[in-house]
Design a protein around this ligand. Structure first.
Ligand code: KDG
Ligand code: MG
Length: 408
């Protein structure tokens, strides 16, 4: 069996997705996602210029050897651009494998450990009242877990993942400000003073059963992260995400020593070498890589197994940074993983997205149910794709009150 060709498409409804399609001489094709938010053309170029020319003629069933060839062969390994490109190929080869076996991928991993996998939605508000409305909206739809992000009184601009104005429903991730980023201002002191009380009020309003998550988005120093994690302990968070900058695996020691608040980290990691110490030293509770940036299913499954040895559960990234293709890869891993925790699920609610990526995966009552179709269980409609093209965008950037650059 041979790979006969592969194409890359960049674009999509309200968002640029990088979609890889690998064709074979037996008519079976596989799909992969190489979307790298706001830098989408780079993994696409890596695929088109280097990886696809080498793929042609290879046996698609040898997904392990192909992954090793590209990873080791690059010499300059890792990094989100390369790993997103390897990841798309790996997903597509697993998709082909599942279709050849006529089995959904979770069967190839070891079968189902659960029927539905718990997901969390994103609630956000310009102020606490606005946020409470947003949480109620998800609770009414049956969500059992909600990430909550709130505007901070007195902060000069919106803080992470909150709208500028009350009642504004803009999607902060897909709301591009062009190639030049807009600037948000961050005030750590105000955040530290306000947010623990706001979280306590949310717990009071919604009761003990709601699983509440909160994302600091890497904005605190280790000592501040420790103080914050300790201050929110009475709230009983499901997790506190990215309290400190993710590059420093040692930073979480201080947080761990001072608090029992569960910690989640990893959406910006792209290798086991970014999180091996965190996992082995049991400094975290949830590992958050995505199938895309981790370099595909092959390496992500190994990370899940390492995490399982150390009581660390999964909480894969699921922002619209990822297309329904890598989300499908994660749904199959979620169905199998003995140490599954939760899956992030950002409801974009676009029929256009469903039309571009038709699939049988379904969301019901705050749980995702994986499709039984062979392979990944998601398709790519090329006629739909012809409606879209690449349009450049950028995340906001963040400065402190005195103008110093900070972490988005
Ligand atoms: O592209 C950046 C987003 O993926 C990120 O801001 C989302 O923090 C995020 C999350 O938890 O989903
Ligand atoms: Mg996050």
């Amino acid at each position: 069996m041979k790979i006969t060709g592969a194409t890359v498409f960049v674009g999509g409804p309200a968002k640029n997705y990088v979609t890889l399609k690998i064709m074979t001489d037996q008519g079976v094709y596989g799909l992969g996602d190489a979307t790298l938010n706001n830098r989408e053309t780079l993994p696409a170029a890596y695929l088109r210029d280097y990886l696809i020319p080498n793929l042609i003629g290879m046996d698609p069933r040898n997904s392990e050897d192909i992954w090793q060839l590209f990873y080791r062969g690059a010499y300059f390994r890792r990094g989100p651009i390369a790993m997103a490109a390897f990841g798309a190929i790996d997903m597509a080869l697993w998709d082909i494998k599942g279709k050849l076996a006529n089995m959904p991928l979770y069967q190839l991993f070891g079968g189902k450990s659960r029927e539905g996998a718990l997901v969390y939605a994103h609630a956000t508000g310009a102020d606490l009242e606005d946020l409470i409305d947003s949480i109620s909206h998800y609770v009414e739809q049956g969500y059992k877990a909600v990430r909550v992000q709130c505007g901070i009184p007195g902060m000069p601009t919106a803080s992470y993942a909150v709208p500028d104005k009350k009642g504004d429903v803009r999607n902060y991730i897909t709301d591009y400000s062009g190639i030049k980023p807009k600037v948000e201002i961050w005030d750590t002191d105000r955040y530290m003073r306000y947010m623990p009380g706001a979280l306590a009020e949310i717990r009071g309003r919604f009761g003990a059963d709601l699983k509440i998550l909160h994302d600091v988005h890497h904005r605190l120093l280790p000592r501040e992260g420790a103080e914050f994690a300790k201050a929110v302990e009475p709230v009983g968070l499901f997790w506190l995400e990215d309290p400190t900058p993710a590059e420093d695996q040692d930073a979480l020691k201080l947080v761990r020593q001072h608090s029992t608040t569960p910690i989640a980290i990893g959406e910006v990691f792209n290798s086991v070498w970014d999180c091996n110490k965190l996992i082995e030293n049991e400094l975290i509770d949830y590992i958050r890589l995505a199938a895309t940036y981790a370099g595909g299913i092959t390496p992500l499954k190994r990370i899940v197994d390492l995490a399982g040895l150390h009581h660390v559960r999964t909480g894969f990234h699921g922002a619209p940074s990822h297309s329904p293709i890598s989300m499908a890869a994660q749904y199959h891993l979620n169905a199998w993983a003995p140490n599954f925790g939760i899956q992030e699920y950002l409801v974009l609610g676009t029929p256009e997205c469903d039309a571009l990526f038709p699939s049988g995966h379904r969301m019901e009552n705050g749980m995702v149910f994986v499709s039984d179709a062979p392979g990944l269980g998601v398709d790519f409609d090329e006629q739909e794709a012809a409606r879209y093209s690449y349009s450049p965008g950028s995340h906001p950037v963040v400065r402190l009150l005195d103008g110093t650059m900070w972490n988005y």
